[in-house]
Design a protein around this ligand. Structure first.
Ligand code: 13P
Length: 285
């Protein structure tokens, strides 16, 4: 029987073997079910990510309980991950509750302050065998309540990244190399040379945020250059919602959630499966 895991072994294995573990943002029972069911069918390890507003909406206890039930039902490595948390005390609370993986996002702070905040989280999380991801540089776009204007985005500096990893003791590093949360105006462009430089300077697994709406070939290329965790939210939300909207258009009197949620789940499932294949994590559970 599998338990809720940290991302430590999951990401190290991905790093050794040259694939990425997908981190899917989930929101409720339905989206969590789709993700774990599909990952189990494809024998993929999987990370269930929740932003602060998702955890506030669904309830941390409920997410933990649902993920535990999933881990008991399916024999694949499952982690639940706090995505873009900024408040240290909230992270501590959820680590106490059973989350074994967290991101502390202090990317809006100065370099020194960012290190100080992240270090505190690392010290706490490691006592409980939980893993910590942090971001250096800053992604643009919108992720739930987190909105970063394009002028405030900053690419990760490879030399600083090395110092950052050493001083904070983080388990994985989120890089800013041109992706943004949400959809892109035009084509997504990634600074792959920068990614290579970062990979040469640091040894922890690297994380790609904002992977929705990025061409598959580009995501694969980033994985071949050292990305070990790929975060996807928007590309799941859109097909889920579109399918539910279509169902209501065709069945305006519908009122049974078990019926109107089903097409949303089905549409989302196809995307989850596709992303797992792009990550190359199928068969790696
Ligand atoms: P997207 O919504 O662009 O897929 O971003 C997801 C993400 O990076 C979660 O942290």
């Amino acid at each position: 029987m599998m338990k809720i895991l940290s991302t430590r072994e999951m990401l190290k294995k991905a790093q050794r073997e040259g694939y990425a573990v997908p981190a899917f943002n989930i929101h409720n029972l339905e989206t969590l079910e789709v993700v774990v069911e599909t990952a189990a069918e494809l024998k993929s390890p999987v990370i269930l990510a929740g932003t602060p507003s998702t955890i506030a909406y669904a309830g941390g206890e409920f997410i933990v309980a649902m993920a535990e039930a999933a881990a008991e039902k399916y024999n694949i490595p499952i982690a639940i991950h706090l995505d873009h948390y900024e408040v240290v005390d909230e992270i501590k609370h959820f680590v106490d509750l059973g989350f074994k993986s967290t991101m502390i996002d202090a990317s809006h702070e100065t370099f020194e302050k960012n290190i100080e905040i992240v270090k505190e989280v690392v010290e706490y999380a490691h006592k409980y065998d939980a893993t910590v991801e942090a971001e250096l540089g800053r992604l643009g776009g919108q992720e739930d309540d987190l909105i970063v204007d394009e002028k405030d985005t900053k690419y990760t500096n490879p030399k600083q990244a090395k110092e950052y990893v050493e001083k904070t003791g983080i388990d994985s590093l989120a890089v800013a190399i041109g992706t943004a949360h949400g959809l892109y105006m035009g084509e997504a462009k990634l600074d792959l040379d920068r990614l290579k430089e970062i990979r040469d300077m640091v040894d922890v697994p690297l994380v790609l945020h904002g992977a929705s709406d990025v061409p598959d070939e580009l995501v694969k290329k980033a994985i071949s250059l050292g990305i070990c965790k790929v975060n996807v939210a928007t590309d799941l939300k859109i097909p889920f919602s579109d399918a539910v909207k279509k169902y209501f258009t065709e069945n305006p009197d519908a009122n049974d959630p078990r019926k109107y949620m089903a097409p949303g789940k089905e549409a989302m499932k196809k995307v989850v499966a596709h992303k797992i294949i792009i990550c190359g994590s199928n068969g790696k559970a």
